[in-house]
Design a protein. Structure first.
Length: 363
């Protein structure tokens, strides 16, 4: 049966009201809508790494989660759930547990990209039958907006404060979805908060009911750290997609699938302008930084296009690493990348034009 918006939205809430999250917070919207991917009547165990979502939804003896819930430390949410899932399988095998459960872990970018990446990688590599959801708000928001490896370039944070000697974070953000895809797990997807939430609902259900480890990366804006008004969150997420800052894609059993491509990609300044953390970029003396940011977004997007080509169209089925080469190196219309694959003799030249035309030649 296909997706039904009304039925999905009318499911009983599994993340209850009464939590202490901020108005306009992306993490709570993410949690509510990911849990709508569970089928009615199915049981789940939820764990959450230390962060905004954890400390604001669980203050003993009160909890906002309707399912069984485990409060985990920053670094071990994935290993905690891996142990729970292992115990569950053992009890089922011994006949001591009859009910079926799903296992879902939430973590912010601090607890996922940085502090928790070791336990996450281990759980994925071991094949733990769980879904990990990263609510990516681009910094350590719970402790005062310190930069993380998910923080975008030039963002103003308390550890990369804008001033005469600093223009914000110097580095571009880590591509965590590609890192998880390199683990060869059955399902990886990237989504965000878009009108109707269909993209998130569909991907959440796929992830939760995947046989094996699954990973969802969700851009979840933070009003205090990103510095926007609470009612602007949906427009910010839309601009993130339309500028290609946050492309929507899936990796299913190694096959990269682009879910949405803007008909006319918007310039990155449309996304940056909505957030106070980037206001310094719009001063006349910093306009060149917006150009640098645009180059990074273009490079990042082309890297995903190349991976989609290689993994999805069979150009190099066993290729695990794709070198991303900035488009500025090449002609205006054509990007070239040379790929060597152990399956084939010789090498292939793959070219991609800005219009999306793909060609392959043998050198």
């Amino acid at each position: 049966m296909g997706y039904n918006f009304k039925e999905t939205m009318n499911k009983p809430e599994r993340f209850a009201p009464g939590h202490r999250m901020c108005a306009g917070c992306g993490a709570t919207i993410t949690a509510r809508n990911v849990l709508r991917g569970l089928h009615e009547g199915d049981k789940a165990v939820i764990s959450c790494a230390t962060g905004c979502l954890n400390v604001s939804s669980f203050m003993y003896p009160y909890v906002a989660w309707e399912d069984s819930y485990i409060h985990s430390a920053f670094e071990n949410a994935s290993s905690t759930m891996s142990g729970v899932e292992g115990a569950y399988k053992a009890l089922k095998k011994k006949g001591k547990l009859k009910e079926d459960y799903k296992f879902i872990t939430f973590g912010g970018d601090g607890g996922t990209y940085d502090i928790g990446i070791q336990s996450l990688s281990g759980a994925m590599e071991r094949g733990t039958n769980m879904t990990y959801v990263c609510y990516d708000n681009g910094a350590y928001m719970n402790t005062g907006t310190q930069r993380s490896s998910a923080t975008p370039m030039y963002a103003d944070t308390t550890t990369t404060p804008v001033g005469p000697k600093c223009k914000g974070k110097a580095q571009y953000r880590k591509d965590l979805a590609a890192i998880l895809a390199a683990h060869d797990i059955p399902y990886v997807a990237q989504t965000t908060l878009l009108q109707g939430f269909k993209d998130m609902h569909v991907k959440a259900e796929k992830a939760i009911y995947t046989d094996g480890p699954a990973f969802l990366n969700v851009m979840s804006p933070c009003p205090t750290g990103w510095k926007y008004k609470a009612d602007e969150i949906m427009e910010i997420c839309k601009l993130g997609v339309e500028t290609n800052y946050w492309p929507l894609f899936e990796v299913i059993d190694g096959k990269w699938i682009l879910n949405y491509e803007p008909k006319k990609r918007l310039p990155i300044e449309e996304f940056l302008r909505t957030q106070g953390r980037f206001k310094h970029l719009f001063k006349p003396e910093n306009e060149h930084l917006i150009e640098e940011f645009q180059k990074e977004v273009d490079c990042f997007g082309e890297g995903h296009i190349m991976m989609l080509l290689h993994k999805g169209d069979g150009v190099a089925p066993l290729l695990l690493v794709v070198v991303v080469i900035p488009s500025t190196v090449f002609d205006d219309d054509v990007t070239w990348i040379k790929v060597r694959d152990s399956v084939w003799t010789g090498s292939k030249i793959v070219w991609i034009t800005r219009s999306g035309t793909v060609g392959i030649t043998t050198s």
